[in-house]
Design a protein around this ligand. Structure first.
Ligand code: SF4
Length: 350
């Protein structure tokens, strides 16, 4: 069996490494694969797998959540992907806003509502629906497509690689290698990662892909190399998807952006270009947004999702985990999203 062979190889290589190493995955789907197959428990003692800021809903800044919930509560129809509706903010979540009568629609694909602003207003006040776009380069092309098709957008989109740079600069976060995300890499390619002088492997999402990535990272550690290897060649190409990147570049400009746990990261966010100003909810509703921000009363929270996202704190160490914070009663973004570390830990802990 290939699994047994590769696990035996990892055990052998761990002996040669002969020190503690920490490999960080950067994608919620990798985190899920690792948890679902109990891969952490199969690792040698000196190889630790940790999670990073790979869950797009989790890394979205609190202020963006408050703004979109504030807009919904002000009577503006909002549409978003499923997980995003449950994230609690200072004004509650979009889901709670819907329970109070706000027009919040969950979509699986933004094409479900493209054109809605023209032909099917979601409420009688006839305001255009705002699509809340969030996530990394994987989901951004779909939002760009929606903009091209006339939809109004509030963008919380982010670029992936600036977060890696910040993690590597953080002295509190010890990382010996990255398992780079397959989906994001399908768009951005592998070349972009060469700026980071650390062992890296772009991996697919099967258990065997993750094990191969650990094996390849171990080889790099032993040889002292810092390369970008591609385990996921069946989907990821060196240059990524040029067409998708052109669509992103045509629609968005790069701005500084606030991340949960990582703070403001320079040139890490995407906002609509000026030519799409009339579809940019941030511009159209700028006065209302200024008022929402001014009126926000920050609620105290014991949630440590920000540290979980940096790999410096584990979900199960959180005193609220499972006792107070559950998927039905999430206290933070990391428990809401199916790609969040706390949610994954909750579902697969046993
Ligand atoms: S268990 Fe809940 S409260 Fe604790 S860090 Fe995770 S999301 Fe936050």
């Amino acid at each position: 069996m290939e699994y047994e062979k590769i696990l035996a190889e990892i055990q052998e290589k761990a002996k040669k490494i002969n020190r503690q190493v920490r490999f960080m995955e950067l994608c919620g789907t990798h985190a899920e694969t690792i948890a679902k197959h109990g891969i952490k428990s199969l690792m040698p003692e000196n190889i630790k797998l940790i999670s990073g800021p790979g869950c797009p809903v989790c890394v979205t800044g609190q202020e963006d959540i408050d703004i979109i919930v504030g807009l919904a509560l002000a009577g503006i129809p909002v549409a978003c992907y499923g997980d995003a509706a449950g994230v609690p903010g200072n004004l509650g979540s979009l889901e709670e806003a819907r329970q109070k009568g706000a027009d919040v629609r969950i979509v699986y694909d933004v094409s479900e509502i493209a054109g809605a602003r023209l032909v099917e207003p979601l409420q009688e006040q006839n305001k255009p629906t705002i699509f809340w776009g969030l996530g990394f380069e994987t989901t951004t092309p779909a939002t760009a497509w929606a903009v091209a098709n006339g939809l109004m957008v509030f963008s919380s989109h982010k670029l992936f690689s600036p977060a890696m740079e910040i993690l590597l600069k953080n002295k509190n976060v010890k990382i010996d290698g990255f398992i780079n995300p397959g989906h994001v890499s399908a768009i951005i390619g592998t070349q972009i990662y060469k700026q980071f002088k650390i062992p890296q492997v772009v991996a697919g999402f099967e258990a065997l892909d993750v094990l191969r990535a650990v094996d390849m990272l171990s080889d790099q550690i032993i040889s002292g190399k810092t390369e970008v290897q591609n385990e996921y060649t069946r989907l990821v190409k060196k240059d990524g998807n040029k067409k998708a990147r052109e669509l992103i570049n045509d629609t968005f400009e790069i701005v500084d952006s606030k991340w949960r746990g990582l703070g403001v990261i320079e040139k890490s966010g995407l906002k609509l270009k000026k030519k799409y100003q009339t579809q940019d909810a941030e511009f159209v509703y700028r006065d209302l947004i200024a008022k929402i921000k001014k009126d926000i009363k920050v609620k105290p929270s014991a949630c440590r999702c920000g540290e979980v996202l940096q790999g410096i704190f584990e979900s199960r160490e959180c005193p609220l985990f499972r006792k107070v914070c559950t998927p039905d009663n999430p206290q933070g973004a990391c428990m809401v999203s199916g790609e969040g570390s706390c949610n994954i830990e909750y579902r697969y802990e046993k």
